[in-house]
Design a protein around this ligand. Structure first.
Ligand SMILES: Cc1cc2nc3c(=O)[nH]c(=O)nc-3n(C[C@H](O)[C@H](O)[C@H](O)COP(=O)(O)OP(=O)(O)OC[C@H]3O[C@@H](n4cnc5c(N)ncnc54)[C@H](O)[C@@H]3O)c2cc1C
Length: 413
């Protein structure tokens, strides 16, 4: 049986999951004096959804996915296999209940409430990122280049301006640019073959490699904070006595602790089942990233093309292109999809990447709740907490979520 972390004398906390959410949770708990053990079924950190995501740290331009316009705009393309957002998977009976809960969030009031909640976590994350990077040396291709979100119609840009006004109330900074100003800000758009009338410029947007950050953080947790990370151990059961979790049953034996945190992303329901009150459903939304070597005109800014529903940005000497939101569990990525995303990126920024070289193709599943807000809460038993369901923004929200988790645990104990 693996022993809990020994180097400190405080209470023990066991975190399940060494994705970006589990590792940042472990950081906050260890800094607060807990003896932390992280249990991960994969053989390394950030090996699942936190592996090759788009790398955006988007603190200002966050909006909940459920909005009055979402269902209308995507329903039109229900069976269009080339569309960037594909909701046909919601017709599957297993997703009906999530879809019904999601539909209830598609109101103006709910969108504003959920967006405000996300912006508040993002603001904490932005401040925490400054603290953490000044405390530890972490190499993760981190930059603050800003971002442009491009729109292809005047109506779309006007609506984006209104959204920006709402987000500004919570500290977001934005400028509305016309097409020429977008090109002046990001010269990689000079030869663009895609139509855009303008964009929203976000000066505070950052980029960074989530997996590199997680790998470096895991090293710091072990070497500097005495955290024990057990890889290759799958948690199969929560061992409960009355209203307390006594231990985790794992493929490497029982692991005991005082406090338990599930940072298990899309797999959280496998451990909690339907048992615990207050639990939100998490569904997986598939996305794809392609990573190419940089070419001469690689972008400085991160650029989202809202018409094509994809983002292009530079991480170190690589260009990453991310796209697609599909309600699907299918792990495969067809050559057609890779070609389509490559062609869109090439049209947007022809000189940005070596597009003729086969890219590294990655598929991930955003663990998404109906209201898009993560679950950061005590769940059922007195000493069981969940930090999961971060959807398309887990990298951005990770540090802020860990801070909220620690406050939640402190307030409850
Ligand atoms: C295509 C795509 C692009 C994205 N782009 C961005 C972006 O630009 N910016 C952004 O902020 N976010 C982005 N995201 C979202 C972000 O990647 C996720 O929200 C985040 O990675 C979720 O982290 P997590 O730690 O909750 O999940 P995971 O990284 O999946 O970690 C959960 C861990 O728990 C482990 N686990 C689960 N069950 C068990 C068990 N029973 N026993 C032991 N271990 C277990 C898993 O093996 C896994 O390692 C993107 C996602 C996708 C798919």
């Amino acid at each position: 049986m693996p022993a809990p972390s020994q180097t400190r004398t405080g209470p023990t906390a066991v975190v399940v999951g060494a994705g970006i959410i589990g590792l940042t949770s472990a950081l906050y708990l260890a800094q607060a004096g807990y003896r932390v053990t992280v249990v991960e079924r994969e053989s390394s950190a950030c090996a699942v959804t936190s592996q090759a995501n788009a790398g955006q740290l988007l603190y200002d331009r966050i909006g909940a996915m459920a909005s009055p316009g979402f269902l209308q705009s995507t329903a039109k393309n229900l069976f269009n296999r080339d569309h960037g957002v594909q909701i046909s998977g919601l017709l599957h009976p297993k997703r009906w209940s999530w879809a019904a809960a999601f539909a209830r969030q598609c109101t103006d009031t709910a969108w504003q409430r959920n967006t405000q909640g996300l912006l508040e976590i993002a603001r904490r994350s932005r401040d925490a990122m400054v603290r953490v990077t000044s405390m530890y040396s972490l190499d993760f291709d981190w930059r603050k280049p800003g971002k442009i979100v491009l729109y292809s119609t005047k109506e779309g840009l006007a609506a984006a301006g209104k959204t920006a006004d709402f987000q500004r109330q919570f500290g977001g900074e934005h400028d509305i640019l016309n097409a020429a100003e977008c090109v002046a800000r990001e010269p990689a758009l000079t030869a663009s073959g895609r139509d855009f009338v303008g964009g929203v410029y976000l000066p505070n947007a950052e980029v960074g490699d989530c997996s590199k950050f997680g790998t470096a953080l895991a090293d710091i947790l072990i070497k500097r904070l005495g955290v024990q990370i057990i890889y290759g151990a799958e948690v199969t059961k929560l061992v409960r006595e009355a209203n307390t979790i006594r231990a985790l049953q794992t493929t490497q034996g029982l692991i005991r602790g005082d406090t338990f945190v599930l940072a298990t992303g899309g797999a959280t329901g496998d451990l909690t089942g339907g048992r615990f009150a207050g639990k939100k459903q998490i569904t997986s939304i598939k996305g794809v990233t392609l990573t190419f070597p940089c070419a001469q005109n690689a972008p400085d800014l991160s650029v989202t093309d809202t018409a094509g529903k994809f983002v292009v940005l530079r991480l170190g000497n690589r260009v990453r292109v991310a796209g697609y939101a599909m309600f699907s569990h299918d792990q495969s990525v067809s050559p057609h999809l890779v070609r389509q995303l490559t062609d869109k990126a090439r049209a947007l920024m022809p000189g940005a990447a070596i597009y003729d070289q086969p890219p590294d193709v990655w598929v991930g599943f955003r663990p998404t709740t109906p209201d898009d807000l993560p679950m950061i809460a005590r769940m059922g038993p007195d000493n069981l907490y969940v930090n999961a369901g971060h959807g398309s923004l887990g990298w951005t929200l990770a540090l802020g979520s860990a801070e909220i988790l620690l406050n939640t645990i402190r307030n409850a104990t």
